[in-house]
Design a protein around this ligand. Sequence first.
Ligand code: FMN
Length: 211
Amino acid sequence: MTDLSKMRQEYGERSLDISDMAPDWVTQLHGWLAYARENEVDEPNAMVVSTVNARSEPSLRTVLLKYLDPSGLVFFTNYRSRKGRDIEANANVSALFGWYSLHRQVIVAGRAEKIPPAESNDYFRTRPYGAQLGAHASQQSQVIAGREELLHQRDAAAQKYRDDIPRPAHWGGIRIVPSSVEFWQGRADRLHDRIRYRLDGNAWRLERLAP
Ligand SMILES: Cc1cc2nc3c(=O)[nH]c(=O)nc-3n(C[C@H](O)[C@H](O)[C@H](O)COP(=O)(O)O)c2cc1C
């Protein structure tokens, strides 16, 4: 058995100070995403999104960040999935990028909202044919009898739509509109750097948190 209690790495080659931070969270996050990509982090735009359902039960899953601008972080999903239903009941969400090879983590907290249908259409059109069919085939998060059922639905969608596949109305983008974005950089002796952008009324504040 692996002794997890002895698994420990020292961090330290990078640091973070309020004076290093971009004037806004979105520029800072773009910079860190670009750095993660340059440094060959696998799936640098993958983020773990947490939601809370109507019974206050939390759940998590990984999704891919597809658009990032001052209005928020957009990912695409099935609106009838577990996460989709959770968000209908409770818009409060959190998202985490874990770039462990860089000893970096970013945590976003905010509210989720559906993006306008026209924007979801635009993105859906850019998806590969197979992924477009997949959006029709999968009743995401539902129990299914077997993989055959999925393949059958996929073939049925291919028969129905041929080459011009419309976006399913239940599939589209979700924007996380942040109220805080924390950048974490691992440092020596567990004295890590944590700098957070936090929305205070209409103004964004930058503050350092104890590690
Ligand atoms: C690297 C990675 C990327 C993923 N990207 C997405 C995504 O962009 N959208 C999505 O709906 N599911 C994505 N998934 C699958 C989700 O993690 C999850 O299984 C699915 O969305 C159902 O989640 P739910 O039942 O909590 O709603 C991804 C999984 C992984 C591991």
